[in-house]
Design a binder for this molecule. Structure first.
Ligand SMILES: NC(=O)c1ccc[n+]([C@@H]2O[C@H](COP(=O)([O-])OP(=O)(O)OC[C@H]3O[C@@H](n4cnc5c(N)ncnc54)[C@H](O)[C@@H]3O)[C@@H](O)[C@H]2O)c1
Ligand SMILES: O=P(O)(O)OC[C@H](O)CO
Length: 322
């Protein structure tokens, strides 16, 4: 039978969304480029590699043929932001005419584009949205209550909102696609910074300062790029910043924590904030985005921890707003 929703990318987030939607009665096809992973999921009814301990419901079909998943009218693209362009370019024929929902948080290195802008670039004229906001895959998969932002240009699509919402997964519509995506992308950078300060022992007050000043700089960037700072007060901004900067379940936070402790971060994990920091810092004014630029410099080894702290603290004093 034709799937109602296709999920492309069987990582932690794609699998969690597929589980939640299938649990709510939707027919879902979950595609992975790794045929062995698909066979294992079909056999064990579990994604042991990315989301162990949660059963795949009956309505979820793992598939290794992308065309099979792409028979669905709505496709969730759940790959890292730096992989999105390749996925869409390589499969443009199958994706034609589908509603494409980017489920990644990041800024593309080189182009500086946000996920829906990458989609617009590769498939101009298509219907493109982004699903973002505070959520850990394990929470969604286990049916814990979660609220997310479904951002798309124009008045939004009630039918799409309905199709992707469940009793436990509550979606809110948002028109400001730029603001929503910058909130989701930049909170990862600030979460790395938050992890660094706690890992280094700089203290919880320093983390609160970084979160607040980081939030201010995301707002400035949103306005510069044609979004609205007010969008940042929603789930995609404030909500996700709080979650990611305060939980050791966050890969971005843990990445920063390891650096702060002087340990090697776990490179096997998807840590979106690293590339996003570099993508934004590449052409940023450090006076406008001091935290993001400092995170990029620290990750590239251009400054050390103590030096990064001193450089941030020795900037000229300024007004809090404006
Ligand atoms: N894990 C979470 O809790 C969570 C929550 C919300 C949002 N997200 C976002 O979801 C996105 C994906 O994260 P994740 O946690 O699922 O990562 P993950 O590392 O668990 O999985 C990424 C998956 O993408 C696949 N992939 C990578 N490049 C691909 C390509 N070119 N073609 C096909 N498949 C490809 C990988 O094989 C892997 O299965 C990120 O942008 C992340 O910020 C994750
Ligand atoms: O594990 P992280 O740091 O990628 O965070 C996961 C989600 O984005 C939290 O909303």
């Amino acid at each position: 039978m034709r799937p109602e929703i296709g999920v492309l990318g069987a990582g932690a987030f794609g699998t969690a969304l597929a589980i939640a939607l299938a649990q709510a009665g939707r027919r879902v096809a979950l595609w992975s480029r790794d045929a062995a992973q698909v066979r294992a999921m079909a056999l064990t009814r579990e994604n042991t590699a990315r989301l162990p301990g949660v059963d795949l419901p009956a309505g979820l079909t793992p598939v290794s043929d992308l065309d099979e998943a792409a028979r669905a009218p709505v496709l969730l693209l759940a790959v890292p932001a730096q992989s999105l362009r390749r996925l869409v370019e390589e499969n443009a024929h199958a994706l034609q005419g589908r509603v494409l929902v980017a489920c990644c948080k990041g800024v593309e290195l080189g182009s500086g584009l946000l996920p829906t802008q990458v989609l617009d670039d590769v498939m101009p004229g298509g219907r493109h949205a982004v699903l973002t906001g505070p959520s850990f895959a394990a929470d969604i998969a286990r049916g814990k209550p979660t609220a997310l932002t479904l951002a798309m240009a124009g008045r939004g699509d009630d039918a799409l909102q309905e199709a992707l919402s469940t009793h436990h997964l509550r979606l809110y519509l948002e028109e400001d696609v730029i603001g929503a995506q910058l909130g989701g992308a930049l909170k990862n950078v600030i979460a790395i910074a938050a992890g660094v300060v706690l890992g280094a022992g700089f203290g919880e007050s320093a983390r609160a300062a970084l979160m607040t000043r980081g939030f201010a700089e995301i707002g400035r960037l949103a306005e510069q790029r044609g979004g609205q700072a007010a969008t940042l007060f929603g789930l995609s901004g404030f909500g996700d910043l709080v979650l990611t900067c305060t939980s050791e379940k966050s890969r971005n936070f843990r990445h920063g924590q390891a650096i702060g402790r002087g340990e090697a971060p776990d490179d096997s994990q998807t840590v979106e904030g690293v590339m996003t920091a570099h993508a934004i810092a590449a052409d940023a004014d450090p006076d406008m985005l001091p935290v993001t630029c400092m995170v990029s410099a620290l990750l590239r080894g251009k400054v050390g921890l103590e030096q990064a702290k001193d450089l941030l603290l020795s900037r000229p004093l300024r007004r809090e707003r404006g």
